[in-house]
Design a protein around this ligand. Structure first.
Ligand code: AMP
Length: 543
């Protein structure tokens, strides 16, 4: 027997139209690239989103078209999220930290029609332009007075909005319509696109909002340091208007001092970001000898936060919520909020729990398996590859059948590439990863790509790129290399050789020369043995 309830499509624009009606005093505060603080309420945002939707239509954008953004966290980026998906097009957020080669790949792979950029990134686009689709239009997210001088044919965001009607007849879309596209470099090979839908996005918003019940919501002031260009700022641009919170957007300045000042001035209560960002804030808190007054909570994820960092915030009365997730999961899988009994534990016992990567959110299923695919017990000891299933998890990669074929098991669960154990109480502990990657400051470096580039140097016979722990960045790449002759190129020479293919922060920090690399039975370099060999190696920054 079927239930007798209405079936209305879940739709992203409904979040903002609801917020404009139900939470009219809340909105978005933005530290702008123009250098000032900008404020807009949700009703004002909705009016501008409507104008932007008209402007997009005037540019010829329709259902299914991909519209790219290359931008910091700010109100115009927020407006793009809603206007693009609202008209049935797809908001493709580009990570400006990617190497030029990867950016070129994804803009072409996505077949973007229009690209919206912050002023900051215009020089990058000038360099990339010859390699981008010829018909691509570029819009600078500013007003006429701040338009940069550039040889590019640029449109001006505020001019596009000027004079457009402040309401829009939003189409009723099938809830499975694609809404946003985010490429992850957290896999080997070319970046792969996770294509979110209206349904998955709204469900993700519910899922996470429920998990963070008392911390989000009416009148709260939340700071996403996690970028809108990296998995939709973990869903906050949807959750905040849905629950009635105000978003405080940090713009381009993510150093400890700028963040402290913004958190203090805007009375931010809850801040979201990767561990390396919070190391900067922590240093600033220590230097000033006090916390920003209103800050009570932070959500930390994207990489494992060091125990010492969790301890430092907890000791200062700031609650750390340790979450885990990934681009393909919208991204939040675990939320890291703890029951009151855990929060009341003595510090060391509390840290034992908070160091783990939280417990699953409602709607996200987790399983760990052995190499044959047999499920392993959730006893806190058994360690296996982590698979996930749920309505907020990708079912394939965008236009990439080969990558899609490799990423799911026979039961349709998504292979995360993480190796984990799960305790009987449901706590997830990430212990290793099967993907050959290094995560530095919350962003990926492919060890395989680095190795391939380095061995193309004539003086290098073989090479492995390994992750070495780093107090600020979490992990940094170090090369273990075998020379082909007497000559041993310096680190600078090696970096110079590979610089075309990598962003600056992806370059190796050191090279250690060895006579031979340990091999596995299948003829691959044994990273496991190498990590053991490197036992007492210390990163140059710590010597
Ligand atoms: P991304 O798709 O770039 O967000 O990266 C997702 C990956 O980051 C996961 O599969 C993990 O390898 C890693 N990651 C995310 N959160 C955590 C965490 N709390 N602890 C350890 N690793 C994490």
């Amino acid at each position: 027997m079927q239930g007798l309830m209405m079936n209305r499509p879940l739709s992203i624009i409904d979040i903002l139209t609801y917020a404009a009606e139900a939470h009219p005093a809340e909105g978005i505060v933005s530290a702008r690239t123009e250098g000032d603080i900008h404020r807009e309420t949700y009703p004002e945002a909705l009016a501008r989103v409507s104008q932007l939707a008209h402007a997009l239509a005037a540019l010829g954008i329709g259902e299914g078209d991909r519209v790219a953004t290359l931008a910091w966290n700010g109100y115009r980026h927020f407006e793009l999220y809603y206007a693009i998906s609202g008209i049935g097009a797809v908001c493709h957020t580009i990570n400006p930290r990617l190497a030029a080669e990867q950016m070129i790949y994804i803009v072409n792979h996505a077949e973007d029609r229009v690209l919206f950029t912050d002023i900051t990134f215009v020089p990058i686009l000038e360099a990339l332009r010859p390699h981008l689709p010829e018909a691509l239009r570029i819009v600078v997210m500013t007003d006429r007075a701040h338009m940069p001088d550039s040889p590019l044919d640029l449109l001006c965001y505020e001019e596009l909005l000027d004079g457009q009607p402040t309401d829009y007849p939003w189409p009723e879309l099938d809830e499975n319509t694609a809404s946003a596209l985010c490429y992850t470099s957290g896999t080997t090979g070319n970046p792969k696109g996770a294509l979110y839908s209206h349904r998955s996005t709204v469900l993700h918003s519910f899922t996470v909002a429920v998990s963070l019940l008392q911390k989000l919501g009416l009148g709260k002031r939340i700071l996403p340091v996690v970028p809108l260009f990296h998995v939709n700022a973990w869903g906050l641009p949807y959750m905040a208007p849905m629950t009635g919170a105000t978003l405080v957007m940090p713009g381009a300045h993510l150093d400890g001092k700028s963040l402290y000042d913004l958190i203090e001035a805007e009375r931010v209560e809850f801040a979201w970001g990767v561990p390396s960002v919070w190391m900067g804030l922590l240093a600033e808190i220590k230097a000033r000898g006090r916390n920003p007054e209103a800050l009570t909570d932070m959500l930390v994820g994207g990489a494992a936060p060091p125990r010492s960092m969790i301890a430092a915030f907890e000791e200062r009365g700031i609650c750390v919520n340790h979450a885990w997730g990934m681009t393909e999961m919208s991204p939040i899988g675990t939320h890291g909020t703890q029951p009151p009994a855990v929060e009341a534990l003595p510090l060391e016992q509390k840290l034992d729990i908070k160091q783990r990567a939280g417990r699953r959110a409602f709607g996200v299923e987790l399983k760990i398996t052995d190499p044959e695919g047999t499920r392993m017990p959730h006893d806190g000891e058994a360690t296996g590859e982590l698979f996930v299933r749920g309505n907020t998890i990708a079912s394939a990669y965008f236009n990439d059948a080969a990558a899609s074929a490799k990423s799911f098991d026979a039961e349709g669960w998504f292979a995360t590439g993480d190796v984990a154990s799960i305790s009987p109480e449901g706590y997830l502990t990430i212990r290793d990863r099967t993907k050959d990657l290094i995560k530095s400051g919350g962003e990926w470096i492919s060890s395989i790509d680095l190795e391939n580039a380095v061995v193309s140097h004539p003086a290098v016979a073989a090479c492995a790129a390994v992750a070495v722990p780093h107090p600020k960045w979490g992990e940094r790449p170090v090369l273990i290399a075998v020379a082909s002759g007497e000559a041993r190129p310096t680190l600078d020479e090696i970096c110079d050789h590979v610089k075309e293919h990598f962003a600056k922060w992806q370059m190796p920090d050191d090279v250690v020369w060895v006579d031979a690399l340990p091999m596995t039975a299948t003829g691959k370099i044994s990273k496991l043995t190498l990590r053991g060999t490197l036992g007492d190696y210390v990163h140059p920054d710590l010597r």
